[in-house]
Design a protein around this ligand. Sequence first.
Ligand SMILES: *[C@@H]1O[C@H](CO)[C@@H](O)[C@H](O)[C@H]1NC(C)=O
Ligand SMILES: *[C@@H]1O[C@H](CO)[C@@H](O)[C@H](O)[C@H]1NC(C)=O
Length: 328
Amino acid sequence: MLSVTIFFFLAAILQGVVGGTAGCGKTPPASGTKSIGSRQYILQVPANYSPTKEYKLIFGFHWLGGSMTNVAPAYYGLRDLANETAIFVAPNGIDNGWANTNDRDLNFVDQLLTELQNTLCVDEKQIFSTGFSYGGGMSYSLACSRANVFRAVSVIGGAQLSGCTGGETKIAYLGIHGVVDSVLNVSQGRGLRDRYLRVNSCQTKTASEPPRGADSNYIKTEYTCSAGYPVWWIAHGGDHTPAPSGQNWMATHTWDFWTRAIYEGVSNPPTTTSTPTVPTTTTSAPVPPPTGNCASSYGQCGGQGWNGATCCQSGACQVVNQWYSQCL
Ligand SMILES: *[C@@H]1O[C@H](CO)[C@@H](O)[C@H](O)[C@H]1NC(C)=O
Ligand SMILES: *[C@@H]1O[C@H](CO)[C@@H](O)[C@H](O)[C@H]1NC(C)=O
């Protein structure tokens, strides 16, 4: 009886020390290419990994035509900044993209999360996602449907390409877009941002954008939103790119957003694992009303869950995937 009591006492103490996910306390898997069923991913476990320490978990999604090997090992420049304090994962898309047909990619991410939480010591309050272009669309899709799992996202040159199921739960949102993006028009990036300006109850603010030109020239707008759920918008002067010329300011701002900005004005940092409270007051957020006008060239003109324009000012509306049709 006494030994049983001691056992539970020790178990309780150990739990207090270790805490975290089921993988805490276990020998970690090696870094490298792995698979779950037919799906692949690259895992990067920090050097000097300690099984009793909880780590940030960062997802990096590749662009259309790219693969997980374009994301690992640099992870959009974030790995250097993390300095071995985060677990990184680069999932691989089907057909080099994230069409997310019938939520197959969301399901893959769910499986991946379960796998990683069972084998590694993950800080569940610090799970993040980023990606460029289609990878930005996938990160946005996760923001929409997995806001209770992911703490914040950084969407680089993205659009609603992989769907947005839900999309009414607060999540810290950073959008980065070039004003002369010739693949996914900047207006699409603004549209994603505007959703979270509304959902996160942000105050109205004018976002200046730089003139067309260099992608090293950028302007950051920090919106004041519900504490713990900031929205940042960074417009740069360039085209469709995951990394600006010169210093990678995209990585430094993403890191600053994930490690500092999300805690600003928060004494007890919010855990997105709890049910978010519905704001009682609706503050004005700059959501452009649906105009009923046709979408411009390269604009979105359809897809499941899309409520915007379904006609094109020029070109024809072509189906890209279940979630996205584009004026081409
Ligand atoms: C990276 O981490 C190591 C070990 O904790 C530390 O000595 C080093 O100063 C860090 N480097 C940077 C650039 O923060
Ligand atoms: C983006 O769309 C706007 C109209 O909304 C258009 O005036 C502009 O030329 C487009 N930009 C690019 C780079 O295609």
